[in-house]
Ligand binder design. Structure first.
Ligand code: GAR
Length: 206
């Protein structure tokens, strides 16, 4: 029996969620999966440095390099299949994947989103914009969600949610940090473990 699910993490920026996953694997919070590949669509993503520091293989592919969404996704698919990936984690990956792509990995892609879905999500809602929208609406509680990825942006089955209080005087930047610290960095590794475990069980029964 395969001991660990092989995980690829897709990133675009700073990679604090990737770091949380790397740390969680070291601490044994993730024990049913191992991160074997980090794919970035931005050659300058600091997440790549985090991956290299942890000794994880990296792959950089941009739409500019490939010329089209289709070729971009084909290139990612090839990297995933070459590395025999079982689970794909979107951790601050700022590119929407087509339904052709997501349908190839049904319930094998998870994403972390910095709000309580279905609030402040969908196309165009990412990063700081999510927190700006939450503050503009005046919500008193926000949070983060880890969900499966399907053809609808932020529309797949919800795996874990964690609420976070909004405080008087919060700026989008302050709120973003609190949501990361109190929610994202905790629930993403938890969800990675839960899904890795169930993928391994599924494989064993197949
Ligand atoms: C995180 O807050 C993540 O939830 C968000 O981007 C940030 C990436 O930070 N993702 C989205 O908004 C996706 N819709 P990181 O690179 O430090 O992990």
């Amino acid at each position: 029996m395969q001991e660990k699910a092989r995980i690829a993490v897709l990133v675009s920026g700073g990679g604090t969620n990737l770091q949380a996953l790397i740390d969680a694997e070291k601490q044994g919070i993730i024990k049913s999966g191992e991160i074997v590949l980090v794919i970035a669509n931005n050659p300058n993503a600091y997440a790549l440095t985090r991956a290299r520091n942890a000794g994880i293989a990296t792959y950089v592919i941009t739409k500019k390099m490939t010329g089209s969404q289709e070729a971009f996704e084909e290139s990612i698919k090839k990297a995933l299949s070459d590395a025999q990936i079982d689970l794909i984690i979107l951790a601050g990956f700022m590119s929407i994947l087509s339904s052709d792509f997501t349908s190839c990995y049904d319930h094998k892609i998870i994403n972390v989103h910095p709000s309580l879905i279905p609030s402040f999500c969908g196309k165009g809602m990412y990063g700081l914009k999510v927190h700006e929208a939450a503050l503009a609406r005046g919500v008193k509680v926000t949070g983060a969600t880890v969900h499966f990825v399907n053809e609808i942006p932020d529309g797949g089955d919800i795996i874990i949610q964690q609420p976070v209080k909004v405080r008087e005087g919060d700026t989008p930047e302050i709120l973003q940090k609190r949501v990361m610290r109190q929610a994202e960095w905790i629930i993403l590794p938890k969800a990675a473990e839960v899904v890795s475990k169930s993928i391994l069980e599924e494989k064993e029964q197949a």
